[in-house]
Design a protein around this ligand. Structure first.
Ligand code: GRF
Length: 219
């Protein structure tokens, strides 16, 4: 309802908690046309974070919904939904948002909440996935953008990009290499969810592996 502009543009709500480099990647992708959408609001659960400054610089409305002080998680979720609906959001992008969202958000935005996670899910869900990859001696990690479901980091995968783990990697060096791929993966995943794309089904998911989409080399 009132979620897609007459121009066919998706209205994105980007949820952040910190530095916002993935938000910046989405801002840049919207501005150079790789994403045919508009960021309707950037919502943070923490005031004063750099992501909010990035949004303000780009002229995007911002909102802060502090996660503290609610009597239940659902109440916090409902406040987030109200803010997103106020801005007529149709697609919700969690971009370094450090709170888990539950039923109230998932029911308000069915199949329309995306998350980015710095590992090749289902490997290394949860906290510190880069450290988990190093601790396991994994030779390959990467990034996953997936639909959010009630189970943590377990929803259907939209886009993945692999990143090798090098012998001398530290958590910082691996995180930095994965982050560069995150900034490519998130706009690509949003693109799969736009109205021009067919409704979500298994076949419409884009799998990016080693720079290929459905076996075809790109960029
Ligand atoms: C990214 O690594 C993202 O995958 C994870 O949190 C980090 C957020 O970074 N969920 P940024 O705030 O987008 O720079």
């Amino acid at each position: 309802m009132g979620t897609v502009e007459s121009t066919g543009q998706t209205r994105l709500g980007v949820l952040v908690s910190g530095r916002g480099s993935n938000l910046q990647a989405l801002i840049d992708a919207v501005s150079d046309g790789r994403v045919n959408g508009r960021i309707a609001v950037v919502l943070s659960n923490v005031a004063g974070v750099f992501a909010l400054e990035r949004a303000e610089r780009a002229g995007i409305p911002t909102a802060v919904v502090d996660h503290r002080g609610w009597s239940s998680r659902d109440d916090f979720d409902r406040a987030v939904v109200a803010e997103l609906q106020k801005h007529r959001v149709s697609l919700v992008c969690l971009a370094g948002f450090m709170r888990r969202l539950g039923k109230p958000v998932l029911q308000a935005f069915p199949d329309a909440v995306l998350n980015i996670h710095p590992s090749l899910l289902p490997s290394f869900p949860g906290l510190h996935p880069q450290r988990q990859a190093l601790d396991h001696g994994s030779k390959l990690s990467g990034v996953t953008v997936h639909l959010v479901t009630e189970e943590l980091d377990a929803g259907p995968i939209l886009v993945q990009r692999p990143v090798p783990v090098l012998d001398d990697d530290t958590e910082d060096s691996l995180s930095a290499r994965i982050l560069a791929e995150e900034h490519v993966a998130y706009p690509a995943a949003v693109q799969t969810r736009e109205p021009a794309s067919s409704a979500f089904d298994r076949e419409s998911r884009t799998s990016e592996v080693a720079g290929t989409t459905n076996g075809t080399r790109h960029q």
